[in-house]
Design a protein around this ligand. Structure first.
Ligand SMILES: Cc1cc2nc3c(=O)[nH]c(=O)nc-3n(C[C@H](O)[C@H](O)[C@H](O)COP(=O)(O)O)c2cc1C
Length: 364
């Protein structure tokens, strides 16, 4: 039963009442309203800093400055809503000026920084002198070992927590197209087999974290993400030895989520067959909802790109579309002409509810 696994999530001296993290969702899907509401319920609320300043009037003229100001604004608002709960920031390693974003989040007073879409090799250096906790997102034992070894060697420290993101997650995915094949082909037997292989990967990552934790005389909690939307699935990962779960897709269809209502309604309408694995201009696969926009991309249609310098390894001349533009269009409600990221289980969402209900449906 899930009840026996509901223990507080401890990250050093930070303690969340529930073993729950709300996954960061860019662009603009997890801002202060959603993050504050999750933190107030006893989970950890996470803002995504990806083009977080898109709502500001100065964004088009100077996106970096607008984004850095928006980090301060959104952290303050989330804190006001959080009733003393824990607020984190999700900052993608692939972000151009990554260090500036990390420093802005530290200055704004977040409790922790979660970083994926690449390995956050220099993150310890950027948070040095602060009490902010740091957590890399990994999808393999190899990546977990690499980051622990790197930080141990260069910074004499280890992650405060490790997030393991599996193949059912939304947004960018840390897997090759080969590994995602059963999910692309929607072959349930092959997908189930892949998920059980993934369970053993999770156990190996827990061993890596516990080994490095022992070396530093601390516990490094491992939190699992991707496709967790029932008490049974939560219990499964917690029984494997995970200290918590990270959930994103179910939180989109809530009143508190920061996305436009049309974005939430697209989640409610979505059926399993609408979910596709796409090639993102970032060079990674991603999961999203089929719509007119993706059909145009599939046909090879291109639009003129107005570059906002968001990603390190993006070449505007070589990409089929601008991911910033596509994500902003969707979060503003233009769900046919924008890119709607989602997790594999979006088809199970039946209505727009509240953060409290989503949490209650999992933890009782
Ligand atoms: C709309 C959407 C946007 C996302 N954006 C990001 C992001 O900007 N950075 C990131 O690290 N993960 C991102 N993710 C992944 C989530 O944080 C989370 O780990 C994952 O989706 C969990 O799986 P679930 O959605 O099945 O619960 C996104 C997910 C969704 C659904």
């Amino acid at each position: 039963m899930i009840e026996e696994y509901i223990k507080p999530l401890k990250i050093g001296e930070l303690t969340a009442k529930l073993p729950l993290i709300q996954g960061g969702m860019g662009v603009g899907v997890s801002l202060s309203s959603l993050a504050g509401a999750v933190a107030a319920e006893g989970g950890i609320g996470v803002l995504s800093t990806a083009q977080i300043g898109f709502y500001r009037p100065d964004f088009e003229k100077n996106p970096l400055a607008a984004n850095l100001k928006a980090i301060a604004e959104q952290v303050k608002l989330a804190r006001e809503k959080s009733r003393g709960g824990i607020i984190g920031a999700n900052i993608m390693v692939a972000t151009k000026n990554y260090k500036d974003y990390v420093c802005a989040a530290v200055k704004a007073g977040v409790d922790l920084i979660i970083s994926g879409a690449g390995l956050p090799a220099n993150l310890p250096e950027y948070v040095k002198g602060s009490v902010v906790k740091i957590a890399p997102i990994v999808s393999s034992e190899k990546a977990a070992k690499t980051i622990c070894k790197l930080w141990d060697r260069h910074y004499r420290r280890v992650p405060d927590m490790v997030i393991v993101e599996g193949p059912l997650a939304g947004g960018h995915l840390g897997f090759s197209e080969d590994q995602l094949e059963p999910f692309i082909r929607k072959n349930p037997l092959a997908a189930a087999k892949q998920m059980s292989v993934y369970d053993s990967e999770i156990c190996k990552i827990i061993e890596v974290a516990s080994g490095y934790g022992e070396k530093y005389g601390m516990e490094i909690p491992v939190v699992v993400a991707g496709g967790i939307d029932t008490p049974e699935k939560a219990e499964h990962y917690l029984s494997l030895g995970a200290s918590g779960i990270q959930i994103a897709t179910p939180f989109v269809a809530t009143e508190e989520c920061d996305a436009h209502r049309a974005f939430k309604e697209a989640y409610v309408r979505a059926k399993d067959e609408d979910v596709v694995i796409l090639k993102s201009p970032v060079g990674m696969p991603g999961r999203g909802l089929k719509n007119a926009f993706l059909e145009r991309v599939h046909r090879g249609e291109k639009r003129e790109i107005h570059c906002r310098q968001c990603l390190q390894h993006c070449n505007p001349a070589a990409i089929p579309y601008c991911i910033t533009e596509a994500l902003i269009r969707a979060v503003r409600g233009d769900v046919e002409n924008g890119l709607i990221f989602c997790g594999a289980n979006v088809g199970k969402i039946e209505k727009i509810s509240t953060v409290h209900t989503v949490i209650e449906n999992i933890f009782g």
